[in-house]
Ligand binder design. Structure first.
Ligand code: ZN
Length: 263
């Protein structure tokens, strides 16, 4: 009898917790948005307290310009005015976004993302991790399986990433994402950038550049928090016709962001 009622409780919980992601994928969400956003805000404060902000005005302006163009395209409840952005003075090739509306870009990323379209691809991808509630999903999965969220901290590659993870890992928001979440962030991010008037072809260039950087001096930190797969470019290319349509529509509406740094 006990087992049966316990099963019913689990079934009821699962029912209550089942959500659908923006691409229609079923998600287990056991934590409220307000709680996840609070955790995001905490991690954000901690990172800003421990890392140096960039003093490179051109880079900061570029990242702000791209982010502003992207976030005005988001649907409720992701209002444009909630997003905060910091460029960090660090050579790490990485970027992240946190629930609650926080975007961090490391200067080193801008050596790999060479123009506004490629950088918009990364920032759009990061924003999609937030809008698709991937942090809440990950925390929920760990809660459901009874594991502490920080047990995965040691599973990542570079030392830099480990240090970065140390700042956010205790809240489970900066650990590597799974493949389904990566694919979803790619596809949503591609839509976001196209809707904002950035050329979606930049996304494919970006991932090729990441792969090349990977060959040069070990894998970029970005790849250890955003595991890639061989099918990534293929999936992006499959979505490209639709993204190009969105891009042309945006351009026709006058959305032509000019965020590139003066050369
Ligand atoms: Zn990702």
């Amino acid at each position: 009898m006990f087992a049966r009622s316990a099963l019913l409780v689990v079934a009821a919980l699962a029912l209550a917790a089942c959500a659908a992601s923006p691409t229609g994928r079923t998600q287990l969400i056991l934590i409220s948005d307000s709680e996840v956003n609070r955790m995001g805000g905490q991690a954000w404060q901690q990172m800003n307290a421990e890392l140096e902000p960039s003093r490179d005005r051109a880079k900061v302006n570029m990242v702000n310009c791209i982010t502003e163009a992207l976030v005005v395209q988001l649907d409720e409840p992701h209002a444009p005015e909630v997003w905060e952005v910091t460029v960090f003075a660090d050579d790490m090739i990485n970027a992240f976004a946190l629930p609650g509306g926080y975007i961090g870009v490391f200067e080193g990323l801008m050596n790999v993302a060479e123009d506004q379209d490629q950088l918009a691809a990364v920032i759009g991808h990061e924003i999609a991790h937030v809008t698709a509630r991937h942090g809440a999903e990950r925390i929920s999965r760990h809660q459901a399986t009874g594991f502490a969220v920080n047990v995965l901290g040691g599973a990542t590659g570079s030392q830099q990433t480990a240090a970065l993870l140390g700042l956010g890992a205790q809240v489970g928001l900066l650990l590597p994402f799974g493949r389904a979440q990566e694919t979803e962030a790619d596809l949503l991010g591609l839509d976001y950038m196209a809707r904002a008037g950035f050329n979606p072809a930049g996304a494919v260039k970006l991932w090729n550049n990441m792969a090349q950087a990977s060959g040069r001096g070990g894998p970029p930190a970005f790849l250890s928090t955003h595991p890639t797969s061989d099918s990534r470019i293929r999936d992006l290319n499959n979505r490209m016709p639709r993204a190009m349509e969105l891009y042309r529509e945006a351009q026709a509406r006058g959305l032509r962001p000019a965020c590139d740094m003066p050369r």
